[in-house]
Design a protein around this ligand. Structure first.
Ligand SMILES: *Cc1c(COP(=O)(O)O)cnc(C)c1O
Length: 430
């Protein structure tokens, strides 16, 4: 019989592939998606009739109360129907969209951002990827917040960029431990990352604190990468202040996008903007490198770019006011419900973003080993999914999102309370 078809007959030297990129193993271990997926697997499929309370990841778009603004969906529909945006995107993004982002950012800064300093990305995650790749020169390191957004560490690991974690301080409203930043930095440090309003802590940095961050960066000769994907998602006493306000003190790369504020994470549109009135990032060829990297990576969908000027200009304030109102109410429910649970403490009432960090007191629980065990059993017994803090470098903490339908949030936290009671240590009778 001739060889071929199913099953070869010749000898093989053995299949040579299979050795994965070792950097990927490190990067994957930092992935929050992997941690949350493991918790989802614990859900008891055998017939809990109650709806799953998804308190682990921040995607409110599933809930009717967070439906996207009609002006935004109309803009995308019109852009797609126009036939004008079926082409490939230029490497920086289409010009009207870059100009719209520059104008959008400039409104709140004491100087104008040039459209030439804006690069559109396939979501803010792509912006994170680009920055961690661009800064990966041999020997360089970046400083990342802990707790933080794990994608920074994953992408740094994949790019061979060393990362070091500084602490956010739970007893100081989760501000940056600036003394820690100075202690961590050395001659090879090129950047520090902040997330404001903050995922996962739910804090919003004051103007005063941002000024101090800028002074520290200046002293160290590093840039600030400011992740502002939650810009204006502030519902406490502190208003959102963009880091770019201090761009003349130290150069700032501002990362943003429409995923969170417009509640359309599936549209995959974000940006990187140099908010740097002295042009240091341009002179140091950082913008060129961003464009070079962007040119060899994925493009944001062209018709969403085409819609962007209208999305930014025409979404009415009522949409934001309403969404922020619902999130604020949800944050309050979350904080109040957590107070009722003895084994969980929340050091700071959330005032921004969609998340809060809460500490688990294992000594008051029986038979729960750690945060992962807590979240696994909670999912199995109560159909409540919470992200274990160890996924963010915070063992025995929990990250909870409150950007969930308020009724389901309250119900999920009530079930968490029952779970904690059931697993609570029996107090000795006195
Ligand atoms: C959600 C999120 C992102 C990613 O945003 P996309 O536009 O959906 O890619 C980046 N940074 C932080 C802190 C986030 O919470």
């Amino acid at each position: 019989m001739e060889s071929g078809g199913a099953g070869g007959e010749g000898e093989t030297a053995g299949w040579r592939f299979g050795a994965a990129n070792p950097a990927l193993a490190v990067a994957g271990s930092q992935s929050i998606r992997a941690a949350v997926t493991r918790i989802y697997r614990c859900l008891d499929g055998s017939g809990d009739a109650r709806p799953v309370a998804p308190l682990a990841h921040g995607d409110p778009s599933a809930f009717a109360c967070f439906r996207a603004a009609p002006a935004a969906t109309d803009a995308v529909a019109a852009a797609a129907a126009s036939g004008k945006y079926n082409h490939y995107s230029p490497a920086v993004g289409i010009a009207p969209a870059c100009s719209a982002v520059a104008a959008h950012l400039s409104r709140e800064l004491p100087y104008a951002v040039s459209p030439a300093d804006v690069v559109l990305t396939a979501g803010c995650n792509h912006a994170v990827e680009i920055m961690m790749s661009v800064l990966a020169s041999p020997g360089a390191n970046v400083l990342l917040p802990r707790p933080g957004y794990p994608l920074y560490a994953s992408r740094a690991a994949l790019s061979g960029l060393e990362f070091r974690h500084f602490d956010l301080l739970p007893d100081s409203e989760w501000e940056v431990d600036l003394a820690g930043v100075e202690a961590l930095a050395d001659a090879n440090t090129v950047a520090m990352v902040i997330v404001n309003p903050n995922n996962p802590c739910g804090c919003v940095y004051s103007r005063d604190h941002l000024a101090k961050i800028a002074e520290t960066a200046r002293k160290l000769g590093i840039m600030v990468i400011s992740d502002e994907v939650y810009d204006h998602f502030a519902f406490g006493s502190k208003p959102f202040v963009p880091m770019g306000v201090f761009g003349d003190v130290a150069p700032v790369m501002t990362l943003g996008g429409i995923s969170k504020r417009w509640m359309v994470p599936g549209w995959r549109l974000g940006w990187i903007a140099a908010t740097d009135p002295n042009g240091i990032l341009r002179n140091k060829k950082i913008i060129d490198s961003v464009i070079d990297y962007r040119a060899i990576s994925v493009d944001p969908v062209t018709f969403v770019q085409g819609a962007l000027p209208d999305i930014l200009a025409k979404t009415d304030d009522a949409f934001f006011t309403n969404a922020l109102g619902v999130v604020k109410k949800a944050a309050e429910i979350c904080y109040e419900k957590l107070k009722e649970i003895d084994c969980i403490t929340c050091p700071h009432k959330p005032e921004g973003s969609m998340f809060v960090m809460a500490k688990l007191d294992l000594s008051s629980l029986d038979g729960i080993e750690d945060d992962v065990d807590f979240c696994s059993k909670l999912a199995k017994e109560e159909s409540v999914v919470i992200c274990p803090g160890s996924g963010l470098g915070m063992k025995n903490w929990l990250r909870i999102t409150f950007a969930v339908d308020p009724q389901l949030l309250e119900d999920g936290l009530e079930r968490t309370k029952c779970f904690c009671k059931r697993h609570g240590k029996i107090k000795e009778a006195s």
